[in-house]
Write a protein that binds this ligand. Structure first.
Ligand code: TRP
Ligand code: ZN
Length: 858
């Protein structure tokens, strides 16, 4: 919590290197949940030319003492403020500094710094949490070699961990035990971690390609030791993949993961000691869905891959966050593509980008992947920095090719090992490997907003070619480079031409011969989203239909079908008539005969959600859209009852295993059930009820719950209570149970109000808050309810969370970013509610920054 004085804005132009650095530190922790004493011994060195004051960051610390070269500093040699400790005249160009302070981990509900979760104390330091533990130069360009002594009562802290290697473990003396950890690799403060508590240790191993044995350990709270198998397998796969793909071998003898119940985000890549949100580690077939299993593999990969992209080569400053995050997301996407099905993975990633990143990029929180300024860095762990950042790296890899990309990455990692750098070092290493500059690639780091690509066409009678002009109207002043993978088809869907253009700047022309019959060819542009753009195409309905059926690229075929569905909604809305679903039905009908890969087929059959439809059409009459959607689902269901029943039966018996075949079966059977439940005659509810009762895997058990709630079945209450009875002791499964009850349907405010008084709910646990409040706020029918009741409810909860966990409160406030587009009085109501938040006497800088920006759009 900050005082009410305005918070400083950090701007990229103001960056300057550290005047002082601390290349070596010895930390000492005397652990106690109520009052922990921390001491830091630094080697301080002048890094600039002329010595000046030394500033150490420190927030919410109780200062105890300061020594300079061993001598207690006199109070007029330094000053302690809300933001840190200033030493007016350091005693030389290199000296020893010892500083001591106290903190209260069990009062720390922000989950940043040192805090208590369940039976453990643990840390979260990225981006600026270290200053809440100890006075320090808490910036990523200050690299330190760490030695860490942890002292604590072994009855409460039988396990005490930090980064690197355990170098000594003392015997308990008078109820205290001491351990010493040493990390041989220099690292910035944000990668420091400490964990202590009553944890169960599970062990596995990996032999690297050069034959070194690495010990792998996962630490969990008691009772969860049976849920680590999949995480170990994922970790070993990730280690092997990074060796096989990039030649990168793990660099310590020990790699540890800790599963933490109270965690602000997904996971954290601290050197040799990754901390994970428990929901992204723990899984068994009874309690985890197929989606959870896949996320676990992806996030374990992601954090592991940071060991090189992020840790060995780190950031010069936080503006460059995407340098490690965009790159590492790209690496984890590639990993999952290799481990599962590349087309399906690409479809999922594009769907995610369109549903979350495109709206962010058009709204009041839009920013380039390299933000120019921030007040609270925590607010910039965004889908733009992560997912759009990954798309930019993908684009670069498409330009240079994956083999050159691998060379470029190796060059980058070798040249800058142990340093903090910027995106420029990365891009120029790629250019060097490519052997040529890449004009306008840097533009992607500076321009915000999704480029809106326009395609126009003209016939050239002399050459018998159609000339397509691809332009980026906003790119005149801010040119970008694009990769445009395309294919041309005739009216029967035969391929006429396939190409990949690299477009440097805001216009390009593609020439394609007219078809044999003398027609204009049908073009599929930016296949598999070869650049993160939106395309305003002028394809006719008939042309889209041909692509939806015939495009050989499975990803583009999928999106063509989605576009056909969106275009139906557009017509149905505007003509207000009974617009025929016939093309869509035809595609359904022919797809049943095709024998497609099961998982792919399940996506292909998937009907876009309410928010995907409204986002695509920029139409925000959710009640009307929902009505149309239900009508369409009803018609599809009635038209193919036999087919869906057949599909259901064919995939009914599944084995609870994480194989491609079984995952595909579960998905197909669920999608068939989804359509059957939308039959207006409601004949299939018992099928859902018995699926829940007989389920052997969470993917089978959860769908009936979600679907019966969505269709507002009379069985709803029964499935909700049966699910609860079975899972009441498993916190992670209950998260899904809370979420399912508010994620669909109208007027769920009262459901939120009753569920938040449930014994298993607490605002202090971010997973619970995400399950209930975030799920509600992502349900447009409820959140954007026309009375404004949804806004009021969420605004109230944001105010409560501000005092508990500012980062989570600000995250929830971001969901107001879409309110300026809403109908009627909603923007006005949103503004009033946000102003109420802004007037909080103790508003955090996290929340202040978000709310301030959104209010400006209203
Ligand atoms: N660096 C983490 C990642 O892998 C994300 C992160 C940033 C984080 N801040 C956090 C994780 C706070 C947990 C809590 O993307
Ligand atoms: Zn990351």
């Amino acid at each position: 919590m900050t005082s009410s004085s305005p918070s400083p804005v950090h701007s990229i132009e103001d960056y300057s290197p550290n005047l002082w650095v601390t290349p070596k530190v010895h930390l000492r922790f005397d652990l106690d949940p109520h009052l922990t004493v921390v001491r830091a011994d630094y080697d301080v060195q002048l890094n600039g030319n002329v010595p000046g004051p030394l500033f150490l960051h420190g927030e919410n610390l109780e200062f105890l003492s300061l020594r300079l070269n061993g001598a207690v500093a006199h109070p007029n040699e330094y000053r302690v403020t809300d933001l840190g400790l200033e030493i007016f005249q350091p005693p030389g160009e290199s000296f020893q500094l010892t500083v001591e302070n106290r903190i209260c981990p069990n009062q720390n509900t922000s989950l940043e710094g040192l805090y208590q979760s369940g039976s453990m104390l643990c840390t979260q330091n990225e981006p600026e949490g270290f200053r809440k533990i100890v006075y320090s130069i808490d910036r990523p360009d200050n690299m330190m070699r760490f030695t860490v002594t942890i002292s604590g009562d072994p009855t409460y802290f039988p396990v005490m961990l930090s980064n690197g290697n355990l170098v000594s473990e003392g015997v308990p003396v008078e109820g205290k035990k001491e351990v010493v950890w040493e990390d041989p690799f220099p690292k910035p403060s944000y990668l420091f971690a400490l964990v202590a508590g009553e944890l169960v240790e599970t062990t596995d191993g990996f032999v690297t390609k050069s034959g070194r044995r690495v010990t792998l350990k996962i630490f969990v709270e008691k009772g969860n030791e049976g849920k680590v198998g999949f995480a170990f397998d994922s970790l070993k796969k990730a280690m092997k993949w990074d060796e096989d793909t990039f030649g990168l071998e793990y660099d310590l003898d020990l790699f540890m993961i800790v599963a933490v119940e109270d965690f602000n985000m997904g996971a954290m890549e601290n050197k040799g000691l990754n901390l994970f949100n428990a929901k992204l580690v723990l899984a068994d077939k009874k309690s985890a869905t197929d989606e959870t299993f896949e996320s676990i593999m992806a996030v374990i990969g992601h954090e592991y891959f940071h060991n090189y992209t992020g840790n060995r080569v780190t950031l010069r400053n936080w503006f460059n966050l995407t340098l490690k995050e965009g790159l590492t997301v790209f690496r984890d996407q590639w990993f999952t593509e290799d481990m599962t099905d590349p087309h399906v993975k690409r479809i999922k990633d594009i769907l995610f980008l369109k549903e979350y990143q495109f709206p962010e990029d058009q709204g009041p929180m839009a920013h380039p992947i390299l933000p120019k300024s921030y007040t609270e860095m925590n607010n910039f762990y965004t889908v733009t920095v992560y997912e759009k950042g990954a798309e930019v790296i993908r684009l670069l890899s498409e330009i240079v090719g994956r083999d050159v990309f691998k060379k470029g990455l190796n060059l980058y990692l070798t040249r800058y090992d142990g340093q903090g750098v910027t995106f420029e070092e990365f891009v120029s290493a790629m250019e060097e490997a490519y052997g040529s500059p890449i004009p306008h690639i840097r533009g992607w780091y500076h321009r915000s907003g999704t480029p809106e690509i326009k395609v126009t066409e003209e016939f050239d009678p002399k050459t018998k070619e159609w000339v397509f002009t691809i332009s980026d109207p906003k790119g005149e002043g801010q040119p970008l480079v694009f990769v445009n993978s395309y294919a041309a088809f005739d009216q029967k869907g035969n391929v006429l031409d396939v190409g990949k253009r690299i477009q440097y700047g805001h216009v390009d022309q593609v020439r394609v011969l007219q078809t044999k019959e003398g027609n204009k060819p049908i073009l599929s542009w930016f296949r598999s989203l070869s650049s993160p753009v939106q395309i305003q195409s002028n394809l006719t309905k008939e042309e889209i239909r041909i692509l939806a059926e015939k495009e050989p690229d499975g990803v583009s075929r999928f999106f063509a079908f989605q576009n056909l569905i969106f275009s139906w909604f557009a017509r149905a809305l505007s003509e207000n008539a009974n617009e025929s679903l016939s093309d869509i039905l035809e595609i359904f009908s022919s797809s049943f005969k095709k024998n497609l890969d099961k998982t792919y087929f399940s996506f292909y059959l998937g009907f876009p959600s309410l928010s995907q439809i409204s986002e695509h059409l920029q139409v925000f009459d959710y009640v009307r859209l929902n009505q149309l959607r239900n009508e369409a689902l009803g018609t599809i269901s009635k038209s193919f009852t036999k087919e869906f029943q057949f599909l259901y039966e064919e995939n009914r018996k599944t084995i609870p295993m994480q194989t491609k075949e079984e995952i595909g079966k579960r998905r197909l059977k669920n999608i068939a059930l989804y359509y059957l439940l939308h039959d207006p005659n409601r004949g299939f509810e018992q099928l859902a009820v018995s699926q829940q009762r007989e389920a052997k895997h969470m993917s089978e058990e959860i769908s009936p719950l979600r679907y019966l709630i969505e269709v507002n079945s009379k069985e709803k209450e029964n499935v909700i209570s049966l699910f609860y009875d079975r899972w009441k002791t498993d916190a992670l499964v209950l998260d899904v149970w809370f979420a399912a009850q508010v994620s669909s349907g109208e007027r769920k405010s009262s459901v939120v109000e009753s569920l938040e008084s449930h014994v298993k709910f607490t605002q202090k646990n971010p997973n619970k808050v995400r399950s209930l409040y975030f799920s509600f706020a992502r349900n447009p029918l409820s959140f954007h309810e026309e009375t404004g009741a949804g806004y009021k409810l969420i605004a109230e909860r944001i105010k409560q969370l501000n005092g508990i966990n500012p980062q989570i409160a600000a995250g929830l406030a971001k969901l107001f970013a879409q309110t300026s587009k809403q109908k009627g009085d909603l923007p006005k109501i949103a503004k009033r509610e946000l102003e109420g938040i802004q007037n909080l006497p103790q508003i955090s800088k996290d929340l202040g920054e978000v709310v301030g920006k959104i209010i400006q759009s209203l």
